[in-house]
Structure formats: structure tokens, C-alpha cells
Design a protein around this ligand. Structure first.
Ligand code: CMP
Length: 138
């Protein structure tokens, strides 16, 4: 069935000028962009977004990194969106990401890994509404 996922291009990939190339890969893989913007996260808002990881040793570093520069959040739509998008981006650790995936091409490290993708339909809805009002989704 057609459903949605949430993604954001992370500060390293935006700063390095990879936004356009990444969006091109996403559209060529058959995803329709439902909502998109360029914005920033404060450290506190990054902490809210990644609250599920608050007990992890990498949490503070992740919040610092995610608030270090502009990001490009998007809501995407496609058949089987969540699983297919995770295939397109590849493993969290770019050293383990498959050839041709967005992270293999653009991620620098397990933390600065170029792009986020929701891990479930439920989280896709929560994460999408963190950035976009219903009136911004087309
Ligand atoms: P993401 O898929 O957005 O979900 C959580 C993020 O935490 C992940 O991408 C990485 O940016 C970061 N992350 C996950 N594991 C580690 C780790 N071991 N060390 C540092 N950062 C991590």
C-alpha cells in the first residue's frame, strides 16, 4: 500500500552541497515529496527529536551534531515507503552500507551519516508532524 516515511538530510551533507544529488536519488527511486523545507534544530529540539536515544552514550554528541547546521526534512510517499527508504539509504554505519546507497556515497561516519530515515510507520507519522503541519503536506 502507498504510505509515508520521514527523512532529513543531515548537516554534513547539506553543508557539503549534496542536497540536490540526494533529492535526485530519492525521486529517481520513486518517492514523491509530500513536504520539504530547509531549517535548523536547536540543541534542545534535536534532543526532543532523538529522545528515544537519550540514554545512549552518543546522545549529546548527536544533539550537538544535529544542531550544527542546516538540515532538510522531508515527508515522502511511496509503496512500502519505510522499508524501501531504509534500503535506499543503507546501514547506519557507512562502513557497513551497501554500494549505491545514499550513506555509502555521502556519509562520513556513524554519527555524521548524511541522512535519517524513519524505522516504522508509527515513527514516520510522529517525526513528520515534528516538522510539518498538516497544511504543509501535499
Ligand atoms: P539515525 O538513523 O538518524 O538515528 C540515530 C542517529 O544516531 C543515527 O542516525 C546516527 O546519526 C547516530 N548514531 C547511531 N549510532 C551511533 C553511534 N554508535 N555513535 C554515534 N552516533 C550514532
Amino acid at each position: 500500500a502507498t504510505n509515508r516515511t520521514f527523512t532529513m538530510i543531515k548537516p554534513d551533507a547539506v553543508a557539503d552541497g549534496h542536497t540536490g544529488a540526494i533529492i535526485k536519488m530519492i525521486e529517481e527511486a520513486g518517492f514523491r515529496i509530500v513536504a520539504i523545507k530547509k531549517t535548523t534544530l536547536t540543541n534542545e529540539r534535536a534532543g526532543q527529536f532523538y529522545a528515544v536515544h537519550s540514554e545512549r552514550p552518543f546522545y549529546q554528541g548527536l544533539c550537538d551534531y544535529m544542531s550544527s547546521g542546516a538540515i532538510v526534512p522531508m515527508i515522502l510517499e511511496k509503496d512500502n515507503a519505510v522499508a524501501d527508504f531504509r534500503k535506499l539509504i543503507g546501514a547506519t554505519n557507512p562502513a557497513q552500507a551497501e554500494e549505491g546507497t545514499i550513506r555509502k556515497l555521502y556519509a562520513k561516519s556513524i554519527e555524521a551519516n548524511a541522512i535519517h530515515g524513519s524505522d516504522s510507520d508509527e515513527n514516520a507519522a510522529i517525526e513528520g508532524s515534528f516538522f510539518f503541519a498538516a497544511t504543509e503536506q501535499y
